[in-house]
Design a protein around this ligand. Structure first.
Ligand SMILES: Nc1nc2c(ncn2[C@@H]2O[C@H](COP(=O)(O)OP(=O)(O)OP(=O)(O)O)[C@@H](O)[C@H]2O)c(=O)[nH]1
Ligand SMILES: [Mg+2]
Ligand SMILES: [Zn+2]
Length: 368
């Protein structure tokens, strides 16, 4: 039920007994619950322009507008300064001089210079709206080629603590190579990866063999079922106080899992089509949800693969953890493609069983 907003109060603040309470939405409930953890307000006044400036984290993006959560618990809806969409190109001869004259102004090669999870600086327009003027340096980013224009980079999330790839335990054979492609992409982003095998209530018989292999090569594997409740406590524990991103093919149960650990997280789920057994896309946009237990999680719409942004510059074998020790050991050294060459150390490891043949097939698939 929506509470009526007080007239003229665009932030949706509700006052009671002289005290200001925040609007009753899930996000704001979280901000209230975490009031004790809040740091001091970062809002300041810019001395030269006399304008009030603030800092915060982007939780939600809509076309042309961004919801920024400030450390003191406000949600400020911001537009973006047009300068963030441009790159100033300086003369090449002496880039260090940074003369005030720029050679040219180019459009940035990104779909959007601001991503969910970005720490931003903004100027207030009023108490609850503003304009983003600065994106602080990112700790990391999960990026891919834009679906619409392959020459543009799309940053899915910035500054994440971990990426959880969800794969379902039933009809899992179809999903392993998709999982391997996701894991490789996450390795490239250098964000820690966690594997979650969902729908354990309807698991195939041989799922545990693969699970053991992923554990052997160093991944943490969570076994969950939103249906039976298996593994939900551990799943919750992994999310606690962290910024996590959930990725995986459509219909594997990402949104259902989140709803199971925090009822009413308001993430839409849909029935898997009975005819095809395939999931229908339910999550349609990116949003970061604050968690009652601390931390936040980004639910992503299902995708088969990432389409890694800088795939060409990356040594694919390096993205498979268990293959790393063999790099440089091949007869042809760095020239080995690990596909057909004699004396290939990785192929040798597959033959001796030290690298799983199934993972090696996923590697070959990624080279195509
Ligand atoms: N048997 C079983 N079914 C589940 C489980 N979790 C989810 N499902 C079903 O799987 C279907 C898809 O779940 P969603 O949570 O929407 O999947 P999603 O990964 O968020 O899908 P997208 O948003 O399209 O990416 C729904 O019909 C759920 O009821 C589970 O633990 N066991
Ligand atoms: Mg979903
Ligand atoms: Zn080789």
């Amino acid at each position: 039920m929506r509470k009526r907003l007080l007239k003229g109060d665009r932030c949706g603040k509700i006052t009671k007994g002289g005290k200001t309470l925040l609007l009753v939405t899930d996000q704001r409930k979280f901000l209230n619950a975490n009031r004790s953890k809040r740091t001091m307000s970062l809002d300041k006044t810019d001395q030269t322009t006399e304008r009030k400036v603030g800092k915060g984290k982007v939780f939600r993006k809509l076309i042309g507008s961004y919801d920024v959560h400030t450390p003191d618990g406000k949600v400020v809806t911001c537009s973006i300064s047009s300068t963030l969409r441009k790159v100033l190109v300086y003369p090449l001869a002496d880039p260090s001089s940074r003369r005030p004259t720029v050679d040219k102004v180019e459009d940035i090669k990104m779909t959007d210079p601001i991503a969910i999870g970005d720490e931003v600086g903004f100027i207030y327009a009023d108490n609850c709206s503003g304009m983003i003027t600065e994106v602080l340096p990112r700790r990391n980013k999960l990026n891919r080629k834009s679906g619409r224009n392959k020459n543009l980079e799309q940053v899915i999330v910035a500054n994440a603590d971990q990426v959880i790839t969800v794969t379902q335990a039933s009809r899992a054979k179809i999903y392993w190579s998709i999982l391997d492609a996701f894991l490789a992409d996450i390795e490239a982003s250098e964000i820690p990866a966690v594997i979650c095998i969902s729908k354990m209530d309807i698991a195939d018989d041989d799922v545990m063999d693969e699970v053991r292999n992923y554990e052997k090569i160093g991944y943490r594997v969570l076994l969950t079922s939103a249906e039976s409740g298996e593994g939900l406590d551990e799943f919750k524990d992994v999310l606690k106080n962290k910024i996590s991103v959930l990725i995986g093919k459509s219909g594997v149960g990402k949104s259902t899992l989140l709803n199971a650990i925090q009822p009413g997280l308001a993430i839409r789920t849909k029935e898997v089509s009975r005819m095809t057994g395939k999931g229908k896309h339910a999550t349609t946009h990116l949003e970061m949800y604050p968690l009652d237990i601390g931390g936040a999680v980004v639910d992503t719409p299902g995708m088969r693969k990432f389409g890694l942004w800088d795939a060409r510059t990356i040594n694919v074998a390096w993205l498979f953890r268990e293959m790393r020790p063999y790099l440089g050991e091949c007869r042809f050294g760095g020239d080995c493609s690990h596909t057909h060459e004699p004396g290939c150390a990785i192929k040798g490891a597959v033959e001796s069983g030290d690298v799983s043949e199934r993972r090696y097939k996923s590697f070959l698939k990624m080279l195509k």
